[in-house]
Every structure is written in C-alpha cells, then in structure tokens.
Design a protein around this ligand. Structure first.
Ligand code: NAD
Ligand code: UDP
Ligand code: UDP
Length: 343
C-alpha cells in the first residue's frame, strides 16, 4: 500500500514494456498545504514552472487567493478550500506541509486552533502520506529552539521552550509536529523531511501581520514611525523567500530526513534592521520604542553547516539586496492599483 506512485508506474512500465496511457511521467502530483500563503505561494510558482501538478490546500486564514490567482487558468493547478484539521483524501506523490499561521499576531489570535492545526493537521497529512506512499515535508521553525541558550543554533540543540507561555501554541505545536513526523517515519516507514525555517521575508507577506519586517516596511512607506519593541537589541536572521524555497525543494528531493536549519546566518538587531529600512525607503523614517511582547527570544541565528554539507544549499540574497524587492511589492499593494500575484 505504501509503494509510491512513481515506483508503481515504473514497475508497470517494466512489466508491460510500455508506458500505460495517462501515466506518462509528466511531473509529479504535489500537495502544498498553506499554498495560498506567503511562502507556499512562492513554492507553488516554482513547482508549476518545473512542470509538476500542484494542489493547494488552504483555509484562507492568513492566505489569499490573490497569491495564486495567476495559476487559475492552468490545468496543472488546483485550489481546494479545506482545513487540514479535517481529514482529506487525495492521490499524490509529495506533500509540502506548510499550513499554519506563522506570524505571532496570527498564531496567538486563536492559540487552541494553532495547536490543532499543528498537531491534528500534521497527523492528518502524515496519515495521507502513509496511505498513498507520498513523501512528506514538514515546515517546522527556529521557534523549536525557544529562547536559545546556544548561539548560533545547531540542529542537535534541543531548545529552551516555555511550555505554558503565550508562544507555546506555536513552539510546542511545531515540536509535536516534528515528533509525529519522526514517529510516522520510524513506525510506518513514511518518507519524511523536516525543515526548521528561520525568519523569512519577501513579496506577498501579509502587510499587517505584525512581523517586524512587514511592520517596518509598511510603517516607513506610510510615513509612520517604525515601532521597535523593547530596547531593539534582540537579534534575528532574515532570509529572502526565494532562498528558502530553493532550500525546501532541495530538501524534498534529497536523501536526508533532517532536521535542517534553513535560514540566512546574517544576524541583525532590530535597530540595525530599522537602519537598513531607512537606507532602503526613507533616511528620515522615525523610530518609536514600544514595550516588548512576552517570552520574546533574545537572539536567533542559524548554523547552516548541515544544509551546506548535505544539501549543497546556502542563501544567496542579503538583506540589503532582498529588502528592495519586498518594498516594491508593498509599495504597489499599499498605494498602487492593487494588482496582485505577479511578484
Ligand atoms: P502564512 O500565514 O503566509 O501561510 C500559512 C498558510 O496556511 C496560509 O495560507 C493560511 O491560510 C494557511 N492555513 C493556516 N491554518 C490552516 C489550516 N488549519 N488549514 C489549512 N490551511 C491553513 O505563513 P508563511 O510565512 O507562508 O509560513 C508558511 C509555513 O512556514 C508555516 O508552517 C510556518 O510555521 C513556517 N515558517 C515560516 C516562517 C517565516 O518567517 N515566514 C518561519 C518559520 C516557519
Ligand atoms: N487521514 C487523512 N487522509 C488519508 C489518510 C488518513 O486525512 O488519506 C487522516 C485520518 O483521518 C487520521 C489521520 O490521518 O485521522 C492518521 O491516519 P492513520 O491512518 O495514520 O491513523 P488512524 O486512522 O489509524 O488513526
Ligand atoms: N518587533 C519589533 N517591532 C515590530 C514587530 C516586532 O521590534 O513592529 C520585534 C519583536 O519583538 C521580535 C522581533 O522583532 O524581537 C521579531 O519579531 P517577529 O514577530 O517578526 O518574529 P519572531 O521571530 O518573534 O517570530
């Protein structure tokens, strides 16, 4: 039952000596859960361009049809409004499981729903992978390291997570999702991949999702002060979305389960980020200090040695080069003619 479709096709080709009608290798059938979101929609663009057939499964909590609308007339593209907390029957070769709100503002909005999405949603997609023999990739997060006591973070570090805090629905949800993924791998032989994604930015981010890059860019464009939380000395490492998508695809196609850190090791304080935004948008943009949120991790920077060695991957786009691409998209969406999706 767990023989992947590709292998089944290959076996039929070998035993009959010809390619069965309709089963020609025209690319794979791939599900992207959360494919109408920020990262997912960029991944979908790459998969479609490569010749695969893509099914996006999304409940539109934070995703938008505008992000994938440019594929609507492509017969290799399908969009299903579905919540991954409910079971789903499909026949596919690969599953990229991205469904889950990623911004703290969104995932704290309904924390129990966030846990259900991470736990029950991931369980369902693993059940689907097991039934059809599909390869499954989990988009986990650097948040599994919590407020890290090791710096930079290596995949072997087990993390420092508050189990009862306001971020726990996300951190602990993703940690459980990783556990489920490994247990389906060990117990049911499901082919799995785990990516631990660090802060990512780029075109199509929700403008008002409360994340620091989208906030600063939108604020500077609107001539509002950039809101720095706390003393602004906490650090993050910002990765441009195309680098992440390349890493996710290499991980899926490669031989290694992971987990792999996927992030840009360039580390910035929030004050330094504000400076880069000033240089990019408006040298006169003001800064305003606000109280920080609870349990905010003090620093975060990926050690990406493992991804470099085993996936041959490393990010190519610096913050200084990536930010203008996002600013163009935000400028158009905030002031422009609301043309979407092309970025
Ligand atoms: P996003 O909010 O733009 O995308 C998430 C998508 O999942 C949205 O389209 C949303 O509608 C959908 N979704 C949410 N709950 C769902 C449910 N129950 N059923 C079906 N669809 C659902 O966020 P993103 O930045 O694109 O993040 C994608 C993935 O990457 C997430 O799993 C996130 O945890 C992970 N990640 C992102 C970052 C980052 O910086 N962007 C960092 C670490 C991890
Ligand atoms: N599942 C699903 N689609 C499938 C197969 C399973 O959504 O194609 C769900 C199923 O409803 C269950 C979960 O995945 O809630 C785990 O499935 P599994 O077969 O591993 O466990 P069981 O159903 O035996 O509890
Ligand atoms: N932050 C900030 N101003 C904002 C939004 C966020 O200074 O308007 C800070 C926040 O306190 C955190 C960092 O930026 O230290 C990154 O926050 P974000 O919500 O983008 O992502 P996180 O890495 O915390 O999930």
């Amino acid at each position: 039952e767990t023989v992947p479709r590709r292998v089944r096709i290959d076996e039929r080709i070998m035993s009959t000596g010809k390619v069965p009608l309709g089963l020609k290798r025209k690319g794979m059938r791939i599900v992207v859960t959360g494919g109408a979101g920020f990262v997912g929609s960029h991944l979908v663009d790459r998969l479609i361009a490569r010749g695969d057939s893509v099914i996006v499964v999304d409940n539109f909590f934070t995703g938008r049809k505008e992000n994938v609308m440019h594929h609507f007339n492509n017969p290799r593209f399908e969009l299903i409004r579905h919540d991954v907390v409910e079971p789903l029957l499909l026949e596919v070769d690969q599953i990229y499981h991205l469904a889950c709100p990623a911004s703290p503002v969104h995932y704290k909005f309904n924390p129990v729903k966030t846990i259900k999405t991470n736990v029950v949603g991931t369980l369902n997609m693993l059940g689907l992978a097991k039934r059809v023999g599909a390869r499954f990739l989990l988009s986990s997060t650097s948040e599994v390291y919590g407020d890290p006591l090791q710096h930079p973070q290596v995949e072997t570090y087990w993390g420092n997570v508050n189990p009862i805090g306001v971020r726990s629905c996300y951190d602990e949800g993703k940690r459980t999702a990783e556990t489920l993924t490994m247990d389906y791998h060990r117990g049911a032989g499901v082919e799995v991949r785990i990516a631990r994604i660090f802060n990512t930015y780029g075109p199509r981010m929700c403008i008002d999702d409360g994340r620091v890059v989208s906030n600063f860019v939108a604020q500077a464009l609107r001539k509002e002060a950039m809101t720095v939380y706390g003393d602004g000395k906490q650090t993050r490492s910002f990765q441009f979305v195309s680098d992440l998508v390349e890493g996710l695809m290499r991980l899926m196609e490669g031989e290694h389960v992971g987990p792999f850190n996927l992030g840009n090791p360039g580390e910035f304080t929030m004050l330094e980020l504000a400076e880069v935004v000033q240089q990019t948008i408006d040298p006169n943009a003001k800064i305003e200090f606000r109280p920080n949120t609870e349990d905010d991790p003090h620093k975060r920077k990926p050690d990406i040695t493992k991804a470099k060695d085993l996936l041959g991957w490393e990010p190519k786009i610096s913050l200084q080069n990536g930010l203008p691409l996002m600013v163009n998209d935000f400028r158009q969406r905030i002031f422009g003619d609301h043309k979407e999706g092309g970025a």
